[in-house]
Write a protein that binds this ligand. Structure first.
Ligand code: GDP
Length: 198
């Protein structure tokens, strides 16, 4: 699909308020600061399609983007997670919305899970993998900011994540990614095509 044609559709605070659950979509999730907005902007070649939100406690919305002017093909930007200052009640509410969406959204074909290559597989990441596993949904992991490591250590990190997820290798794929260098954008687009075009 031609991802640079992506356009903002709508935002929703809860599963119930999401657009019609028809067609196909892929969702992007990650801890805040993992590089999710930068990755969506690199994929779509748009400077500010996905916005970085640095305000803790700001209303956390699920953002929908249509691809190729067709609302049957969607990219979904899930709210970031992990602002230190957010109260526990807000964290629990967020967790509930994520769980509702990831488990209940019929048109969701796959999850792109972003992790800083230097800090992969946090508790949050494992919770997201758990939601995906519960419904046998494929997950594609982007190890982001790969440009921050030299080639050797970056590849070592990749192999380590792959080996830690060995038991899920049928459902989980992993790649290095750098929005800064645009490394890995084509591989990501191919994976999204596999999910959205079938
Ligand atoms: P989000 O909170 O997950 O949406 O993360 P952002 O996309 O806003 O990125 C968080 C920070 O990491 C920003 O300062 C970005 O400039 C930086 N960043 C994101 N992607 C990359 C990358 O590929 N390489 C480098 N070096 N920095 C990046």
């Amino acid at each position: 699909l031609n991802y640079p044609t992506a356009q903002f559709m709508t935002s929703a605070p809860t599963l119930a308020l999401c657009p019609d659950d028809t067609g196909a979509e892929v969702a992007f999730a990650g801890r805040s600061n993992a590089g999710k907005s930068s990755a969506i902007n690199a994929l779509t070649q748009q400077k500010a399609l996905a916005r970085t939100s640095r305000t803790p406690g700001r209303t956390q919305l699920i953002n929908f983007f249509s691809v190729m002017n067709d609302e049957a093909y969607r990219l979904v930007d899930l709210p970031g997670y992990g602002y230190a200052k957010v109260p526990e009640t807000v964290k629990l509410e967020w967790q509930q919305h994520m769980s509702d969406y990831l488990r209940g959204r019929f048109s969701l074909r796959g999850l792109v899970l972003l992790m800083d290559v230097r800090h992969p597989l946090t508790e949050f990441d494992q919770m997201m993998l758990g939601f995906a596993d519960q419904r046998d949904m494929p997950v594609h992991i982007l190890l982001t900011k790969a440009d921050k490591l030299k080639k050797g250590p970056a590849n070592a990190a990749l192999q380590q994540v792959r080996s830690r997820l060995k038991e899920w290798e049928d459902l989980v794929s992993v790649q290095l990614f750098s929005s800064l260098k645009r490394d890995g954008v084509d591989t990501l687009a191919q994976r999204l095509d596999q999910w959205l075009k079938t």
